[in-house]
Design a protein around this ligand. Structure first.
Ligand SMILES: [Zn+2]
Length: 415
């Protein structure tokens, strides 16, 4: 029996809750406790042989992946080729395996044809361990949702135990992932060249999408989806998570403190930001908790960036983002604002997202200007919370409900 676990990616506007360290997708039945769930989570198991050599599905021989020729039919607005798409996939996989002695990926596209297990009677042909496809809405009905960029499904088999990547046997984890299919929505347009982010804002940065989907194929979920399932080793977001290589769960706890910039957060795969920053400490912690090993090399990981904001009563604003220090963020935002005003005031520097709301002169008229006397500002890891809180503060100052609108919004880690 093969179980299907469905994970998908939805456009940024569906996000309402806070983001945090990392979450796992499994197990089949949640215990209600994130740490217990982590112990039991489905994952790829250690195997002696490989799929090609011995027919064994698991980490042995690397996770063997096959890129379907449909990937060549993706609409790339920047002229990226089939070969470019393949190198992007290889580079994204390489990032997930970087520093890890066991978790590796092997391209078997020439030897194994991708196959979708559900479509095959008898479940004998599952394709490679990870298959990459592009599909139309007709071929894959979930893509009728035009906002869905990619969709990853993994299949796990209940075998009673899992051999962890550190060689230890886990009798808590009972289900081994045997196959994963990563699909890209052919109804959408894509680009590889980061310079196309601004010229084609409706299209999707292919490397970022693939980078995110691979995390699902490894068994990771969206951190912001269920805040009560989020795992860290402390309550400090952004810092490195020290995962005990012999007993991962012993070093971890549930934490609701947030880091909205992880690759596994489904916030924004349209822009190249996640790709430019690379795996965060939280992404790597999720990987290392599912795939522990005592010889993992700690590599430089994306930690945090600072942003700031300044405003004046005469209507000037100053913005900074992507700064390495709080001090840099402050001075950039101030000089940006002071370019057009002498009375700029600063909002405190932040790592998350920010929103500036102002009252509308005439709220019934969509084209009316802003009434600069009434405003609110807020920052939060969750961009939605920042917007909601900024608007609420502004409405309160104005003494009315529903008169304020967001004027400016951005995240410190935005590109
Ligand atoms: Zn996703």
């Amino acid at each position: 029996m093969i179980r299907i676990f469905i994970v998908f990616l939805v456009f940024v506007c569906s996000i309402v809750s806070a983001a945090s360290a990392f979450v796992v997708e499994g197990p089949r039945t949640s215990t209600g406790n994130a740490i217990e769930d982590l112990k039991r989570a489905s994952r790829w198991s250690m195997t002696d042989g490989s799929l090609l050599a011995t027919g064994q599905r698991g980490l042995g021989g690397g996770l063997e992946y096959s890129v379907d020729k449909s990937i060549c039919e993706i609409h790339f607005v920047d002229g990226a080729t089939c070969a470019d798409a393949r190198s992007v996939i290889a580079a994204a996989l390489e990032r997930w395996s970087s520093g890890h002695p066991i978790l590796k990926f092997t391209d078997v596209s020439d030897q194994i044809t991708p196959s979708f297990p559900l479509a095959v009677i008898g479940e004998t042909d599952q394709g490679a361990e990870i298959d990459f496809y592009a599909a139309t809405a007709l071929q894959f009905p979930n893509f009728r949702n035009a906002q869905m960029n990619g969709y990853t499904i993994f299949y796990d088999r209940p075998v009673g135990y899992v051999t962890l990547s550190n060689g230890m046997r886990s009798d808590w984890a009972k289900d081994r992932i045997e196959s994963a299919d990563i699909r890209v929505n052919r109804e959408r347009c894509f680009y590889v060249d980061e310079n196309f982010a601004k010229t084609k804002p409706g299209c999707v940065h292919f490397p970022t999408l693939i980078f995110h989907e691979i995390g699902h194929a490894l068994g990771l979920g969206h951190p912001e989806e269920y805040p009560s399932k989020n795992i860290d080793n402390d309550d400090v977001p952004y810092n490195a998570v020290n995962v005990n290589c012999l007993a991962a769960v012993d070093s971890l706890k549930v934490s609701r403190n947030v880091a909205g910039s992880a690759v596994m957060v489904r916030r924004n795969v349209h822009s190249p930001g996640l790709w430019k920053r690379g795996l965060s400490h939280d992404d790597v912690a999720g990987r290392d908790a599912l795939y522990p090993h005592c010889d993992i090399t700690p590599l430089p990981r994306f930690e945090q960036l600072w942003g700031s904001f300044a405003r004046s009563d005469d209507g000037s604003i100053g913005i900074s983002r992507g700064a390495d220090t709080a001090r840099d963020a402050v001075s950039i935002a101030m000089s940006d604002c002071e370019a057009t005003s002498i009375s700029c005031q600063l909002y405190k520097p932040f790592n998350g997202c920010f929103a500036y709301a102002m009252a509308k002169e005439d709220v019934r008229n969509a084209n009316s200007g802003f009434d600069r006397r009434y405003w609110g500002m807020a920052s939060s890891q969750d961009p939605v919370a920042a917007r909601v809180n900024a608007v609420a503060e502004c409405n309160e100052k104005r003494g009315q409900t529903n008169v304020c609108r967001v004027h400016t919004q951005f995240c410190a880690f935005d590109e």
